[in-house]
Design a protein. Sequence first.
Length: 386
Amino acid sequence: MFDNIKVAFEDKSDKDLNRAYLLFKTISNPIISKTLTAFVKIAMWLHLPINGVIKATVYKHFCGGTTINNSQDTIDKLWESHIGTILDFSAEGKESENDFNRAMNETIASIKKAKTESSIPFSVFKPTGLARFSLLEKISDNQTLTKEEEIEKETFEGRIENICKTSSENRVPLFIDAEESWIQDAIDNIAIEMMKKFNTKEAWIFNTLQLYRNDRVAHIQMLLKMIEKQDFFVGLKLVRGAYHEQEIERAKEKRYPCPVHIIKEDTDNDYNKALTLCIENIDIISVCAGTHNEDSSALLVELLEKHNISKNDKRVYFSQLLGMSDHISYNAAKEGFNVVKYVPYGPVKDVLPYLIRRAEENSSIAGQMGRELTNIIDEKKRRRNT
Ligand SMILES: Cc1cc2nc3c(=O)[nH]c(=O)nc-3n(C[C@H](O)[C@H](O)[C@H](O)COP(=O)(O)OP(=O)(O)OC[C@H]3O[C@@H](n4cnc5c(N)ncnc54)[C@H](O)[C@@H]3O)c2cc1C
């Protein structure tokens, strides 16, 4: 179903395709990719004028624009192919109260925009955009907080509640992104509280589960038990997880049992189990499959057929990142499934950690990321021969 390359690239000009080819060709080489990301980090630190180069290459491919307003062309273009947008304010690594308030206001602005545009079916935020990483780590570790930290924690929870309330009042579903396991308990706890509070009639608040973790299928089972006793709907975005190496390194360094699978197949199995569990419980769980994996996406198609769930049932979404796995997004959308893409936006220097993760992901041997380059090459050949 996802094999139609023509459909996958139908809104890309030859110029777009050539740019994408050069980009993926460069970053698919692990040595070049590592050298370039190291150079970019140093250049940014030294304030060298490299913004223009980044903006014209990797940023142009993976991001919508520097603000919500100048991401509009990307939103409109995706929507022409029936693909929705999730505006993702991608400023990372911030540590000041001003930055946290700005991230909250950006998310609220994206919810309000989503309310008026059917091309934007979801909103999203990253918890570390709203509080200090070390605070979330301390909370997750059940450490005693100082008085100041207690206030910080309340402010953080207040920001999240403000965003979730805006989301449910405006009837715009909201994803809470997942991050490193050692800060995730703090996020999960508040996500569950928000689901209980705002998902009373349907799922507006979605937590994210990373299925590279070896305890996440059990987490879904725990949620199912919880719903038996307390009446609320669960929203889940399922992903494999973006911090695999860091998880393994930290567990080794601090000598605790590794929280993530170390064999890719185990992650794949858990992802597919989680997807199956969600669809089997569709009356109480809404699910978004955030994945570039073809097998998992094909499994979702099968599960919908098996359970007689219509392709455009609003409780089920396929989701990919802008500039990645267009063969899944465009083909699924053409078949009438609900598809939405993350469209990161923000100033170049703030989006950099996100772009570096994309470069690293696309140069890794594990997974199916070599597929991006293969697809682009196939489409270039197809165009040459027609
Ligand atoms: C819409 C969307 C939203 C996302 N939101 C988040 C988020 O909130 N938090 C987050 O962490 N990530 C998020 N991601 C990124 C995601 O977690 C993955 O990093 C990325 O999508 C690659 O996984 P995949 O399912 O597409 O498929 P694949 O390419 O098949 O799998 C690659 C993934 O498999 C896992 N893996 C690789 N090697 C091994 C190994 N040896 N053993 C075990 N597992 C291994 C890793 O998780 C790796 O990322 C999101 C992705 C999408 C598309």
